[in-house]
Design a binder for this molecule. Sequence first.
Ligand code: ZN
Length: 197
Amino acid sequence: MTPQAESVIQLFRATGAYLEGHFRLTSGLHSPNYLQCALVLRHADAAEKMGRALAEALRQTVQEPISLVVSPALGGVIIGHEVARALGVPFLFTERDPATRAMQLRRGFTIQPGETAVVVEDVITTGGSTVETIQAVTALGARVLAAGSIMDRSGGKAEVGVPRVALATLEVEAFAPESCPLCRQGLPVVKPGSRPA
Ligand code: ZN
């Protein structure tokens, strides 16, 4: 693990954002750990520091100037904003249309054809939200140069169709309930967010 990854994970642990126990993920799978990014990002200085680091990693990955940062709401909004601040470019976010569930720009956000974007999330697991955000802004004429996240829970495997960076990469440990070793030990399973951390 790189020193940067270690310091990011340490920051998560110190702020209670890296939860260890027995969790039921949104997917229905059980996991011994869970990342609650909102808990680390509530500290504006930590968010700013990680935003600067991610901006630097993105800058080193792309060959041309970045003209905007786009994030999927809600998870990507705080870190995306900090990356945009560090890059000195505007920040937009996509939201799901309540009726169609399609990811789209709302609130009067516009993109000019030819703009160069990076897409930023808090955590990438499958890359699904990043891919949907890339599609939404590409459809409006932007070129997405790269994607970034604070954490990569895919162990580096998530493919989003553009170069991708993360401050820390973890291998997701998840089990079907019927083959979960924590269930076998009789540990009660917790839905993250359902209790104070
Ligand atoms: Zn379990």
